[in-house]
Design a protein around this ligand. Structure first.
Ligand code: CP
Length: 308
């Protein structure tokens, strides 16, 4: 398990889960648990200087960052990328410089381009910090952290668990962040069931994980994670999606192959009847809405580190 937190380590950004030492990730999880149990959020600096920049659709990430800010008494500004000067071809670097000059100190950034957060920072002078709210198919660190918190809540044997992930692993920023964290915290049995996305995975993707058929991956697994089909990131659709749920998704038959106390995660949004059945999404094993609720506490703990 992670070593004690180093309080002198600088906190500049959270763009990938690898940006932080495990000790700091562990401290963040502890603080999220305390806030969930009723601890009062620390007051923010005045002015907090928080701006949310969303250049891709979002429901739960965007609103849980907003709710977390509200719980700290901070009112974020919002830059809607589609109505910003980004559409007039202003670069991300110039946008970052502009936000810093206006006086913002923390950007929560969702973007569909890999490297967008680093590009935003390229124009700044060290006074603007970035937290990624999901970037392309690469990184979604706060989703990874809320997944880890949810699993730690429910799996007493963690990290001695078997994790099976079903679906569009080639395009999933969630799987990259969540499985990196699981590995960092000691999980050794990670099974990928990419189905028709197998040939879209690079050999170096998900180091240490096994690539299996969907039933084999589910067999005796403790944690089952279904991923949304990321159609917006496909250049061409894969073949053989006609019976996707039955062949590769998370339905009752496949769940029954797992351990009796297995838990089911899905980052959302759900495409019911596509990658997950209604019965599994709404069933006793599903922690989908607990994942959403934990997102508020992870993001509040994060805001405390950057804003107070
Ligand atoms: N899990 C996730 O990122 O969901 P949203 O796209 O709704 O924020």
């Amino acid at each position: 398990m992670p070593s004690p937190v180093n309080p002198t380590a600088p906190i500049d950004h959270l763009i990938t889960v690898e940006d932080w030492p495990p000790s700091r990730l562990e401290a963040l999880l502890s603080r999220a648990r305390a806030l969930r149990s009723g601890a009062s959020p620390r007051p923010p600096h005045t002015p907090a200087g928080l701006v949310h920049v969303f250049a891709e659709p979002s429901t739960r990430t965007r609103l849980s960052f907003e709710r977390a800010a509200g719980l700290m008494g901070v009112r974020p500004s919002h830059l809607d990328a589609a109505s910003s000067s980004l559409v007039k071809r202003e670069s991300l670097a110039d946008t970052g410089a502009t936000l810093e000059a206006i006086g913002y100190r923390l950007v929560v950034l969702r973007h569909n381009v890999s490297g967008a957060a680093r590009a935003l920072l390229a124009g700044t002078r060290g006074r603007l910090h970035v937290v990624s709210a999901g970037e392309a198919d690469r990184t979604h660190p706060t989703q990874g952290l809320l997944d880890l918190l949810t699993v730690l809540d429910h799996c007493p044997r963690f990290p001695d668990v078997s994790v099976a992930v079903f679906g569009d692993l080639a395009h999933s920023r969630v799987a990259r962040s969540t499985l990196t964290l699981f590995s960092l915290f000691g999980v050794r049995d990670i099974r990928l069931a990419p189905g028709p996305f197998l040939d879209r995975l690079e050999p170096h993707d998900y180091p240490g994980a096994q690539r299996l058929g969907s039933d084999e991956a589910a067999s005796n697994a403790d944690i089952l994670i279904a991923l949304r089909l990321q159609q917006e990131r496909w250049s061409t659709p894969p073949h053989n999606l006609d019976h996707y749920l039955e062949d590769h998704g998370l339905n009752e038959r496949r769940l029954a192959l797992a351990r009796p106390d297995a838990i089911v995660l899905h980052p959302g949004p759900l495409n019911r009847g596509v990658e997950i059945s209604d019965a599994v999404a709404d069933g006793a094993h599903s922690l989908v809405l607990q994942q959403v609720a934990n997102g508020v506490w992870i993001r509040l703990a994060l805001f405390e580190l950057f804003l107070s």
